[in-house]
Write a protein that binds this ligand. Sequence first.
Ligand SMILES: Nc1ncnc2c1ncn2[C@@H]1O[C@H](COP(=O)(O)OP(=O)(O)O)[C@@H](O)[C@H]1O
Ligand SMILES: [Mg+2]
Length: 253
Amino acid sequence: MKESIPLQPILRVENLRKKYVGLDRPWLFEQVTTDVYPNDRIALIGVSGQGKSTLLRILSRLDKHDDGVLEYSGVSYEQVDPREWRTHIGYVAQQAVMIEETVDDNLRLYSSLHQKTYNEELAHLLLEKVGLSTLDLTQNAKSLSGGEKQRIALVRSLLMQPEVLLLDEITASLDQGSKKRVEELLHDWADTHQTAMIWVTHDLEQARQVSNRVWFMAQGTLLHDQGSTEFFKYPADDEVARFLNAAGEGRNI
Ligand SMILES: Nc1ncnc2c1ncn2[C@@H]1O[C@H](COP(=O)(O)OP(=O)(O)O)[C@@H](O)[C@H]1O
Ligand SMILES: [Mg+2]
């Protein structure tokens, strides 16, 4: 049986534009139009410099677009406080940002910022799932490795139980084992909570595995928005074919 699509997307984006800082061209991207529904698993891919991170930062209201519609559950971004917005739309940055306090303080950070009860039981469960159950939570977060920081940042965001999770190359500095654990956790989490995920990755094997939809950024726009199977199996144009070839040959995409 085909699942019925809810009438209202969680996120709606129409003709989003971001000015390019520099002289090369007027826009970093323009005419970005799309919707995000519960449980969408989107791999956001494209060569470096296309504005994938910038798009995620705009969707999480950490950056501003210059033009266009951005709505959460039918309400314009202008009518929602950015902090409130971020309790619904969680963003995990490529370089995890930690406050210079203990790991425990970092885990509690969003709960205290948003005056929500800290769910310690869930925090421990998530730490176990990402392979950090033996980590000393009383140590200063600055002593953590990059991979540990990334996983702590992910747990911290999951604790908010956002409806949309924006993930920016979050497994880039993880070993294979930790990477698999994180992928599994997010897969199960999205299943249970109907969370929509938009996941930037340069790892096409990962993109294939974790997504059912692809956003391909090229030519200064969201050039393709289609099902993952179709995207990888039947390259829509030369741009996609070149991108997949380059990735297949291990060239830096
Ligand atoms: N308004 C802007 N906001 C962010 N980056 C911009 C902007 N204008 C130009 N740039 C440049 O465009 C690139 C966009 O980068 P980014 O969003 O990180 O893309 P990606 O994640 O696809 O690599 C950066 O190299 C940045 O210097
Ligand atoms: Mg990026």
